[in-house]
Ligand binder design. Structure first.
Ligand code: EPU
Length: 342
């Protein structure tokens, strides 16, 4: 069924109230093909969980909501299980399903909002693990040629919050399922940030997929706003990665700036710190906690922009512009948005 002029407010975690000219969902390849054929003259726009998008205007297109479901164990060997998940599955529910089956590899990615189909697009990552670490392949519909294509790990050209689907193949494929390679005997990753500390606080004696997942959930809940309560799309910007030599010059002026060494003689700087330590307010000199109308910079994590209820996408976008300019003029570093702007 195709609906007309419907609000997308409940279909994006920022809670932005824009309208879709047409709207329909599909739960199979055949369903998708039928929609594309009967609406071939209309531009379309594929929506997953709506958790990494900022709508700044009405969508004058057919919005297609991907609802392809199903989790299947495809194959297993001594060490691994190969598990296929439909693009419309909720990511966190999928993570919990894997933990319940004792399949290891994505427990550090617990509680990331959104659907399975979006996870490869930006190579979701958290607490020392990225999707690419457990990725086997994916199946996608090639719109121009109306056929299915399989992408292997190397085909996806994963990078930090990046893949071919954000670059050369942007808007050319519709991801229908993702196949992960998960460990039967898990290897735990607890060295990132405060994971170990949280496990200690929880008094965990023996590590398990479940305890790590719970530690990650606890940390995320303490720092990141729940989109059901406060509209947001997680980190709004990427952490900038700059050449070490450039970083040394900047550090000369700002010795307290935190950083992490990255491959190829690069340095990654937490954008949250840059945003927290620049800002419009004479008193606080910070964007953290800043609010203009219903658009704001989250009080507990400056990297997250929030909608207090009635903000428009334009207002959130303008705030992000102002933050970009302010960080650029103070530190000479140009932040890049992580969230897709539509
Ligand atoms: N920091 C501040 N002020 C802030 C926020 C952060 O100074 O307001 C500094 C601190 O030095 C802190 C450091 O930034 O130690 C790192 O902060 P945090 O651990 O919260 O992580 P992040 O680098 O801000 C990244 C991801 C998150 C992911 C966490 C944990 C990006 C763009 N974001 O954030 O991913 O959950 O690490 O792995 O890489 C997302 O992509 O939507 C997302 C939430």
């Amino acid at each position: 069924m195709i609906q007309e002029n419907i609000s997308l407010k409940t279909f994006n975690t920022f809670g932005i109230d824009v309208k879709a000219r047409f709207f329909s969902s599909f739960s199979s390849l055949t369903g998708l093909e039928e929609l594309l054929t009967s609406y071939s003259a209309t531009p379309f726009f594929v929506l997953g969980g709506g958790s990494n998008i900022l709508f700044t205007k009405d969508v004058n297109a057919l919005v297609l909501k991907n609802e392809i479901m199903g989790i299947d164990l495809m194959h297993e060997d001594e060490e691994y299980v190969y598990v296929k998940a439909g693009a419309g599955e909720n990511w966190h529910q999928f993570v919990l399903h894997c933990i319940n089956n004792n399949w290891g590899g994505i427990e550090n990615l617990s509680l990331i909002p959104g659907n399975v189909g979006a996870s490869p697009i930006q190579n979701i990552g958290a607490y020392g693990v990225e999707l690419q670490d457990a990725f086997h392949c994916l199946e996608a519909f090639y719109i121009a040629e109306k056929r299915m294509v399989t992408f292997t790990l190397s085909d996806c050209e994963f990078g930090y919050r990046n893949s071919v689907f954000k670059k050369k193949y942007k808007d050319q494929f519709i991801i229908l399922s993702v196949i992960l390679k998960l460990r039967k005997r898990p290897s735990f990753h607890i060295d990132y940030g405060s994971v170990k500390q949280e496990l200690e606080r929880m008094n965990v004696k023996e590590l398990s997929l479940r305890s790590i997942s719970q530690a990650v959930i606890n940390i995320r809940n303490s720092k990141l706003p729940d989109p059901k309560q406060l509209g947001n799309a997680g980190s709004f910007f990427k952490n900038p990665v700059i050449p070490a030599a450039e970083f040394e010059k900047i550090r000369g002026k700002f010795p307290d700036m935190p950083f992490y060494r990255a491959p190829y003689d690069m340095v990654k700087i937490p954008a949250g710190w840059l945003i927290e330590h620049s800002g419009p307010d004479e008193a606080t000199k910070s964007w953290k906690g800043f609010r203009r109308g219903d658009a704001g910079c989250y009080l507990k994590q400056a990297l997250v922009l929030v909608n207090y209820g009635g903000a428009t996408g334009q207002e959130i976008f303008q705030l992000s512009e102002d933050i970009l300019k302010s960080v650029k003029s103070k530190y000479g570093i140009l932040l890049e948005r992580e969230v897709n702007i539509a």
